[in-house]
Design a protein around this ligand. Sequence first.
Ligand code: FE2
Length: 380
Amino acid sequence: MMDVAVSDAGDFLALKDDQKQHRFHAIWLRDNATDAETRSPINGQRLIALRDISPDVRISSAEIVGETLKVTFSPESKSVEYPVSWLRAHSYDRAASDEKGWLAPGIETWDSALNQNVPSADFGLVSSDPNARTNWLADVARYGFGKLEGGPVKDQALMQVVELFGFVRETNYGRHFEVRTEVNPTNLAFTGLGLQAHTDNPYRDPVPSVQVLYCLESSAAGGENMVVDGFRAAQRLREENADWFDVLSRYCARFEYAGEKGVILRSRKPMIELAPDGELIALRFNNRSTAAITDVPFNDMDTYYKAYRRLGEIIDDPSMEVTFRLEPGECFIVDNTRVLHARKAYSGTGTRWLQGCYSDKDGLLSTLASLQVTSLEAAE
Ligand code: FE2
């Protein structure tokens, strides 16, 4: 049973049930009114600005009728109704926390144990069945990567993958880029130089938040793809040494790419990025494009380098990696703000041809959210 009580000054109210109290400020409630004068019934966008609400807004009365809270505000003498379920879902009645590196709900970090259960789906099914697409995108949101199998072996087939959830992010590398490797006996000796796992293009701001890598040819042995959960790596660093986690999140690194004429891309961003309230939101790690780091004060640089080295060791630890081989017609996508990728060395001769492109996570999450709403509505 829900009860409501208004504060003496009318500046907030408290919804109470047996378990919990949810307090809401008058200004917050008024700003979040859903009546047709406050929000467009057509597109849900707010029709007023904060300047249209009196700074002295107060709750003059509040009552619960069924599953609805009715609130009357002064000095407007305006009445607004709120579903109690909506208020419960949007409660902000909690104490401040200073925890660093917490994860948003729904994010699940992983290590090599996920090798037994690599998130993957059939290309044809995901293309034709909205439920299969929803499940696959939900896996990508949860784990930060996902594989697709059984796709067409055709130039630019990766564009069909992007169309499943969003739009290509075109860059100076084009709408897509080619990753062709010919492994022959004369250069076989060099193929042992595996790339360290990395996130792509940290020198861009904003960084491309999704990468697609699509396999078209794969006759060389070896060359498996490998992914590492950067969020798990950051958590491990924090567990081992909170100061090291802190120094990589508190100071910006610098990244640069100037490898072709007319292109000088530079960014100034931390390797471990936290939201202002401590949420872990991104990891950037790329030895090839890290520029001279000059934003760390002299007294902290030694600690910074120790932390940077240790983060790299954690990323290189085989117990962190998930490995899979891409056959022609198979691809994977990664959340490039979280999951690092690498290619293992080749152990035989042959060719390997992949095509890659970038896209963005906001579009992917938008597609996922609207598919989920549609399937909820269908179930009702
Ligand atoms: Fe890469």
